[in-house]
Design a protein around this ligand. Structure first.
Ligand code: FAD
Length: 564
């Protein structure tokens, strides 16, 4: 029979004829068949996670060249940008998820999926240890291990509580589909409790005070959704308590949506003020109990406590335990987040790649690297380079750090671009290294790491699959794209992020959008742009149909207030 054999921890898929040839040849001491088998065998690629990064990697991967296995504790992909809509029933949970097996079946059964959580990565023996996420009471083993040649870590991030006391026990999070469903039930619970006879007014106020910690895009969108849910639907079915409802957004910074353009941030603050949503900026949450949330005013240091019925904690992301443990093994234990290079390779570990929210391109050493490139080029230690040498050096820097090119091109960075125009001028024969480094150090402050968004994760996944599809070619050119100046660019360029803009839905059929080229758009027409972009970005026609159907249902019948 055709079968697989495992030798020296490598699985070889061979047909029966091959196996006999292998057995005969090894018995005779002839290693040629073994060598041939090794050469023809597929490399094992193991992917951790079925989120934006993992699925985008698998979507375009040429699986005929690899033996691919996928491990994830959930057997579906979730369209996270619509999670806030699930919390209030604008969109149903099943409409935003797509079964992984549905997506993988397009690969003609060449990708194997295991519904399990990876508990440990062992980079030395190149294997991972997993535990099945399926009901423990079912027959059979739960723990198993898998070996790999290439590991792609795309297991996202977890919520970050900043070790604030009481958060884990008393707050809701909005990260997974189950979180959104839980929030929906709790909102209804708060209303059902508030209408029970015999409650004091204070108790009704407390039960109907919804607090959101974090004024970033997710927190703001949830606050807006909740406001619409309450004012469009719930006040009609719970009219007796409509005056007791309160929504508060707590933000430690000075403004909500502070990663957006200033115009969007102030538009959102004004809209929330009109809608009666309290925005408490400059407040830091110190602890959360089952009934109150305790804060400190940043400016005065004053302690403030407010009662709550429900708190949603939405303040950024942290590293998952399995990634933290892996980081310690590879000497990245002191870092906050797993460092990768521009080719998405984990620093300090062969054949392991990481993408999406679980990793970030290490930019701490950017200026150090740039200095050493200059130092190597300045052979006579004169502190200057000829135009020709400078062009080479700049080419090298831009290839290694594409963000430098973006920076130099950016219209905000006049000093650097003026400087470059100056050095590229005809009459200038030499370039002063210190002057150029000074210009670059100005941009260093602005070259922040990439944001933790689905956009970045999906682009990284697509990029890595292209690299894997061209692996052979790249192996022949491990130095990467060195031919910047003379021979043209090599195909295997470092990952370059293309920002396509971002949305901030603000409720009441109004959305703000920041589009490429510094375009800002706000209001009802932008909401229609949001509908069309999000419908078009769905991963399948099935979910597209369901999501658009849910939106239409909401327009006609409103949202459902049953607690299921
Ligand atoms: P994820 O999508 O989180 O996927 C991680 C995968 O790894 C999951 O399948 C998980 O089950 C799996 N996994 C976890 N642990 C393990 C383990 N131990 N072993 C194996 N597998 C594991 N971004 C935008 O660009 N636009 C938006 O509008 C937007 N809105 C958002 C709204 C909300 C409510 C949230 C929570 C996020 C939003 N984001 C948005 C951010 C975006 O969802 C993330 O940046 C994106 O999901 C990151 O992709 P990822 O693949 O790295 O991680």
């Amino acid at each position: 029979k055709d079968r697989c054999i495992t030798k020296n921890k490598e699985t070889v898929k061979i047909h029966s004829g091959g196996l006999i040839a292998y057995a005969e040849s090894t018995a005779n001491g002839d290693r040629s068949v073994e060598k041939e088998l090794k050469e023809t065998q597929k490399k094992r690629v193991l992917v951790l996670g079925t989120g934006w990064a993992g699925i985008s990697f698998l979507k375009d991967l040429d699986v005929s060249s690899y033996d691919v296995q996928v491990v994830s504790p959930r057997n579906y992909f979730a369209f996270t940008p619509l999670l806030p809509s699930v919390t209030c029933g604008t969109v149903e949970a099943r409409s935003i998820v797509e079964p992984v097996r549905n997506m993988l079946k397009k690969k003609n059964g060449e990708v194997r999926f295991w519904e399990a959580e990876c508990l440990k990565i062992d980079p030395v023996s190149k294997q991972i240890f997993c535990r099945s996420s399926v009901d423990e009471n079912l027959a059979g083993n739960n723990d198993f291990s898998l070996e790999y040649d290439f590991l792609v870590i795309a297991c996202g991030a977890q919520v970050n509580t900043f070790n604030t006391p009481g958060v884990l026990e008393n707050c809701h999070f909005l990260k997974e589909v189950e979180d959104a469903q839980r929030i929906r039930r709790t909102v209804i619970d708060c209303f059902e409790k508030a209408v029970i006879p015999g409650l004091t007014d204070d108790e009704r106020w407390t039960n109907l005070h919804f607090v959101i910690v974090g004024g970033g895009p997710t927190g703001v969108e949830f606050a807006a959704e909740l406001h619409d849910f309450i004012h469009d639907d719930l006040v009609k079915v719970y009219p007796s308590v409509k005056d007791f409802v309160n929504i508060s957004v707590i933000q430690s910074g000075d403004h909500i949506l502070n990663t957006f353009d200033e115009r969007i941030s102030s538009f959102a603050e004004q809209k929330f003020q009109r809608d009666g949503i309290n925005v408490l900026t400059g407040h830091r949450v110190m602890s959360v109990s089952d009934r109150t949330i305790n804060m400190k005013k940043k400016v005065t240091g004053e302690d403030v406590s407010i009662p709550h019925g429900m708190v949603v904690w939405s303040t950024g992301v942290g590293t998952r335990p399995v990634v933290k443990d892996f980081m310690e093994q590879i000497g990245q234990g002191t870092r906050r987040i797993l460092a990768i290079d521009e080719w998405l390779r984990v620093k300090g570990c062969e054949d392991v790649y990481a993408l999406g929210d679980c990793a970030t391109v290490d930019q701490r050493k950017l200026m150090e690297d740039i200095s050493s490139i200059f130092k190597a080029a300045d052979k006579d230690n004169s502190g200057t380079l000829t135009m020709e040498e400078f062009e080479d050096v700049l080419g090298d820097i831009i290839i290694r750090y594409p963000q430098v090119e973006l920076y130099l091109k950016s219209k905000h960075l006049f000093e650097a671009t003026d400087f470059l125009q100056d050095v590229y001028g005809n009459d200038k024969k030499e370039v002063n290294i210190e002057e150029f480094k000074l210009a670059l150090s100005l941009c260093d402050k602005q070259m922040k790491s990439l944001p933790a968004t689905a956009q970045v994760a999906a682009q990284q996944g697509a990029y890595l699959s292209r690299c894997f599809n061209r692996r052979k070619k790249c192996e022949q050119h491990p130095e990467g794209p060195r031919k910047f100046r003379s021979g043209g660019r090599h195909e295997f360029l470092p990952f370059q992020y293309r920002h396509l803009g971002q949305f901030a839905p603000l409720g009441g059929e109004q959305t703000a959008a920041e589009l490429p080229g510094d375009w800002v758009s706000m209001g009802r027409s932008t909401q229609w742009l949001w509908y069309s972009v999000y419908a078009s970005k769905q991963v399948s026609w099935r979910t597209r149909f369901l999501v658009v159907g849910d939106w239409s249902r909401r327009f006609v019948f409103g949202r459902d207030s049953s607690r299921i």
